[in-house]
Design a binder for this molecule. Structure first.
Ligand code: NAP
Length: 311
């Protein structure tokens, strides 16, 4: 996949990205590559990450402090773990310029919106966002400019948001290659609980169960993992800090979806116990159709075995 050419005119005067990990460094790479801002500034609390970002040329300028980073910025994007959003917002708050757009990329939206509102001055526009794109890798080396291409980015503006500011942020994400959708933070958190958060929890659980099973050895689990387990291990390798924060910050929606999941799992257990083959067959037919629609909508490859090379 290639990045589209630079824009004829940058969308922002100064873009500041706080947190130079997988997502932050991907935004920086794409923003520089397409020249989405006249100046692209980055900051991370870890000195070694700042040094690495400089070596990789991820920004026009890597700032030494959060206030220096956001001074004069008209777009600020917080790319730190969900549990660190409040602290990051508190650190930048006093230096945020009037009319600046303050956004984020957190995987949970209602709690982040509250954290931002507590620390960002009223003269700025808070518009939380979540690019539904990522990998199981972290850090400034893990990002790439085309990460957001043809992926969804969900914006969750508060009621009464400034329409011009919202449009500018929509244009920014569209320029990063994303398809933009707008919804409430509560809706986002419920939808993502079923499409992302609970699936991750299931992966963490099944990999943990396999690791703890006394009757099957670890070497057997690894040796025969291609039977399906391997695909769960990719998800279960996701960043522990990020996912701890997601579950702690989207508790209600996750618990609601988990309740429903548990009931359905027990129904499946019963169908197996009572040899109700038709019930199993019907469910597996419906789920196969869902995978086909995901492929048709370009959100997954149709190549067998998730496109893995077999030579
Ligand atoms: P990451 O690779 O772990 O990078 C996060 C960076 O932020 C780290 O370098 C971290 O430093 C730094 N940081 C933490 N607190 C900070 C603060 N107060 N000020 C400045 N920097 C700070 O994380 P990521 O995967 O890019 O995730 C970032 C955000 O994107 C999260 O909110 C996550 O929910 C969201 N997201 C992730 C994905 C995904 O697949 N990874 C997808 C969509 C959205 P330390 O290492 O010192 O803590």
């Amino acid at each position: 996949m290639v990045l589209d050419p630079p824009l004829p005119k940058p969308l922002f005067a100064r873009l500041t990205v706080i947190g130079i990990g997988l997502i932050g460094s991907s935004i920086l790479r794409a923003a520089l590559g397409r020249r989405l801002a006249e100046e692209v500034v980055a900051y991370d609390r870890a000195p070694e990450v700042r040094t690495r970002a400089e070596a990789l040329g991820l920004a026009d300028r890597v700032a030494a402090s959060p206030t220096e980073a956001v001074a004069g910025a008209d777009l600020i994007v917080l790319c730190v773990p969900v549990g660190a959003m409040g602290a990051a917002a508190e650190q930048i708050g006093p230096a945020v310029a009037a009319d600046a757009i303050v956004s984020d990329v957190g995987s949970v939206k209602a709690s982040v919106a509250r954290a931002l509102a507590a620390h960002i001055p009223g003269h700025a526009h808070i518009i939380p966002a979540h690019p539904v794109a990522g990998t199981e890798y972290s850090g400034p080396d893990a990002g790439f400019a085309t990460l957001f291409k043809n992926r969804w980015c969900i914006l969750t503006p508060p009621e009464g948001v400034n329409p011009a500011a919202l449009e500018r942020l929509e244009d920014f994400w569209a320029a990063l290659g994303a398809n933009v959708e707008v919804m409430t933070a509560e809706r986002h958190d419920l939808v993502l609980a079923i499409t992302s958060h609970v699936p991750h929890l299931i992966a963490y659980n099944i990999v943990g169960t396999a690791a703890d099973l006394e009757t099957v050895t670890q070497s057997e689990v690894i040796k025969y993992s291609a039977g399906g387990f391997r695909d769960f291990t990719r998800i279960a390798a996701s960043d522990p800090t990020m996912w701890r924060d997601i579950f702690l910050n989207n508790r209600e929606a996750v618990i609601e979806v988990l309740g429903r999941f548990t009931e359905d799992l027990i129904a499946l257990q019963r169908a197996i116990r009572w040899e109700q083959g038709d019930a199993l067959f019907d469910l597996f037919t419906r789920t196969r159709a869902i995978r086909r629609s995901i492929i048709e909508q370009g959100q997954e490859t149709a190549a067998p075995d998730f496109g893995r090379a077999h030579d």
